[in-house]
Structure formats: C-alpha cells, structure tokens
Design a protein around this ligand. Structure first.
Ligand SMILES: [Zn+2]
Length: 94
C-alpha cells in the first residue's frame, strides 16, 4: 500500500490516480525494478547453492527475481540429486 501525495489516502501500489481525490500519482521509484527472469532461473539452476543464497538475499527487495532464482535452484538441486543417484547406481552395477 502507498499513500496519496495530496490527501494521504491509502491506495494500491499500482494505482496511477488517487481513488479518493483523483490526483495523479508519480510512479514510485523507491521500489527496485523487479521481474521474473529466465536468466536468474538459469543461474539458480546451474549453481543451486548460489541460487539459494540469492533467493534469501532477494526475497524481500525483489520477490519476483527471488522466485525465479529459487525455482531454478530447486529444479537444479533435484536434478543434481537424481543424476547423483543414477551415477551411484551405475557405479554400483559396474
Ligand atoms: Zn488523494
């Protein structure tokens, strides 16, 4: 939630016009640019540990980036475990 610059009425963060007094609101620049990103997901996927750390660092300031990197890290970690198990089985059988 943010407040109207003129009447201090509470409104949605995305609101461009105050629903109370009709004053146009400036785009808030205090929020860092946040977006879902494939690149962050790939980073998390390739290095799950870094992805996990980034997830905790970003989850408050950039929740969408954190989500991307978190999902990537999760998929990467699960895949590494599966590959590890397969390798163990293969080594055991040979
Ligand atoms: Zn207002």
């Amino acid at each position: 939630m943010k407040c109207c610059e003129q009447c201090r009425a509470k409104m949605m963060d995305e609101a461009l016009i105050c629903p109370h007094c009709g004053r146009a609101q400036e785009l808030s620049l205090d929020k860092p640019y946040d977006f879902m990103s494939f690149g962050w997901g790939v980073l998390g996927f390739l290095i799950p540990l870094v992805g996990l750390i980034l997830f905790y660092i970003l989850k408050d300031s950039s929740p969408l980036k954190a989500k991307s990197v978190g999902i990537g890290a999760l998929i990467g970690a699960v895949l590494y475990v599966i590959v590890y198990i397969i390798l163990c089985v293969v080594v055991y059988l040979l």
